[in-house]
Design a protein around this ligand. Structure first.
Ligand code: SF4
Length: 552
């Protein structure tokens, strides 16, 4: 497995560096940092910041934090400063970072595959109650995100999380972030293969290793035996597929991503068995580390390298320089016609049931999570999963316990038979806590759902599949603007009276699966926050009255 690139990338590639310059690739000899982020990572490996948090900052408080750690290396442990309250979105781009910084933090807990025991869920909830003012959001990356965290409390929070096998390590930063996995891995009647052992092994072998935690940019992974994790928009994705000769395994895809230059991942045309997934993952992340573009942050994601190289060259470099062997050619996985959100009651392959509930835009609370853990245990379950659509599942419920659990979840504001509007809405963090935000999202998502449930009650039964509405507080697309039926990108817009107000640019008709493609950005098509309900109502009514058979 050792390769010259991994052992000494600079030495191995120095001759080529003279031939081609420009993007800051380590493999071409660019070892000197070309921007401040690269400089910061070179000056001190970001994983080292934890000991400073524990030994210096937690004792000295917010004012003792070195700015380079505060706005850079803290991310490698899931910590971002949150937005100071009261700063409107129109000022986001005009203020210096320190003017936007609150002295409280957002903290992400990485939950690979969204898989939790009820004990872990209860601990996550209790930490929120004690240290995060009862905040807890389920993100579309199957993480839980807290707010109002004080640096003084971080050592205790880590102790509590690690006591139940959880971590915040590389939850953010230029590193391998939380890995998505099917929320119904191992239990779905129709899954091709259970990817959980591969996720576990990648974590065991590579997570927290410095050589995989200084990447050009973030690195997003999905491993799933079902196409239910938005694999098309990941840096690397392993998607379940049956090979005609070799049986169940994974199709490898690379170079997907959203944000301002959205790209669908490209298939390498290779089939990988379960036990080889970690090795291939290591090869892909190593290519990114060594050949990824480190000059401009805006071109540093793997998708830009994949776009320049193409899938064929990428596979060739992976095989020849990293794996030192050929991969097996494989077929494409079947694409689903609709995105599965797993909400409702579904039979597992062992005869038990899983029950999926829908918070609005992922917003829950620590208290709610503690109560969910207890309700699940009363229903005989000790396993919970979070989904990439910001939903929550309780697994392993006996048929006779399902109604009781459903009633308890509904009591907690987590209906298991929600309206299609509630099912279809996702929302990013938005202006309440995010420093990059221009508009508010979470409350708006809630108000939107309430209003649509009232105004569209007459046509609710005609909607076979939820119409997805994704609210994003800025162009960064954390809630996947481009993959929604109605994608909303937060920005300041001009209302009818000429006032500058919060609003959205609209993308229509995005989706993943069978017709993966990004919604059309309707230039000049903008709605104010106040007009949003009426706008979505009109789009849905027009769609339902004018659609052709089978049209999404
Ligand atoms: Fe923040 Fe923008 Fe991401 Fe929303 S989309 S969480 S506002 S960076």
């Amino acid at each position: 497995m050792a390769s010259p690139t991994r052992d000494n990338p600079a030495a191995a590639r120095t001759p080529r560096a003279r031939q081609r310059r420009g993007e800051g690739q380590w493999a071409l000899g660019y070892r000197e940092p070309l921007n401040p982020n690269e400089r910061s990572k070179k000056d001190d490996h970001p994983l080292n910041v934890r000991s400073r948090i524990e030994n210096i900052y937690a004792r000295g408080g917010f004012d003792s934090i070195d700015p380079g750690d505060l706005r850079g290396r803290f991310r490698w442990y899931g910590l971002y400063t949150q937005r100071k309250p009261g700063i409107d979105g129109g000022r986001t781009a005009t203020l210096e970072p320190e003017e936007l910084d609150d002295e409280y933090f957002m903290l992400r807990v990485r939950i690979d595959g969204g898989a939790l025991t009820t004990e872990q869920l209860a601990v996550i909830g209790e930490i929120s109650q004690t240290y995060a003012r009862d905040t807890a959001d389920i993100t579309d990356r199957q993480n839980v995100q807290y707010h109002w965290i004080r640096i003084e409390d971080m050592p205790t929070i880590w102790e509590k999380l690690e006591g139940v096998g959880l971590t915040t390590m590389t939850a953010c930063g230029d590193s391998p972030r939380v890995m998505l996995g099917s929320p119904v891995a191992g239990i779905a009647e129709d899954e091709v293969i259970d990817g959980t052992p591969a996720l576990d092994e990648i974590k065991r072998r590579y997570l927290g290793k410095p050589e995989y935690a200084n990447l050009p940019r973030k690195f997003k992974t999905a491993v799933s035996g079902l196409p239910d994790v938005a694999h098309e928009i990941h840096d690397v994705a392993f998607v379940g597929v049956v090979h005609p000769e070799h049986g169940p395994g994974f199709d490898v895809q690379v170079g997907g991503g959203l944000s301002t230059n959205p790209m669908i991942a490209q298939r390498l045309g290779a089939w990988v068995p379960l036990d080889e997934v970690p090795e291939v993952w290591e090869g892909v992340i190593s290519i990114f580390r060594d050949y990824g573009y480190r000059r401009l942050r805006s071109r540093a994601r793997l998708k830009f390298l994949v776009k320049d190289w193409g899938a064929e060259k990428f596979r060739d470099v992976l095989e020849s320089e990293y794996l030192k062997r050929k991969l097996i050619d494989g077929p494409a996985p079947e694409a689903p016609a609709v995105q599965r959100d797993h909400v409702g009651v579904h039979k597992q392959k062992d005869g038990k049931f899983y029950v999926g509930a829908a918070p609005v835009g992922g917003r829950v609370s620590g208290s709610t999570l503690v109560k969910v853990a207890k309700a699940a245990e009363r229903a005989g379950s000790n396993r919970v999963r979070l989904t990439p659509l910001q939903k929550l599942l309780v697994l392993d419920v006996a048929e006779e316990d399902v109604p009781g659990l459903q009633a308890e979840l509904a009591e907690l504001g987590l209906p298991t038979q929600p309206s299609p509007w509630r099912r279809g809405v996702m929302a990013c963090t938005g202006i309440e806590f995010c420093k990059l935000a221009i508009v508010e999202t979470k409350q708006r998502a809630k108000d939107l759902v309430t209003a649509l449930e009232e105004r569209l009650a007459d046509i609710q039964d005609q909607v076979e599949n939820p119409v997805s509405v994704h609210l994003n507080g800025c162009p960064n697309s954390c809630a996947r603007i481009q993959t929604a039926d109605i994608g909303l990108k937060g920005q300041i817009v001009t209302d009818d009276d000429g006032n500058q107000v919060e609003g959205f640019q609209v993308h229509l008709g995005g989706g993943l699966g069978l017709d993966a493609g990004f919604g059309r950005k309707l230039r000049g098509h903008k709605v104010t926050g106040d007009e949003l309900v009426g706008y979505v109502e009109r789009v849905v009514r027009n769609y339902l009255s004018q659609r052709e058979e089978g049209e999404r």
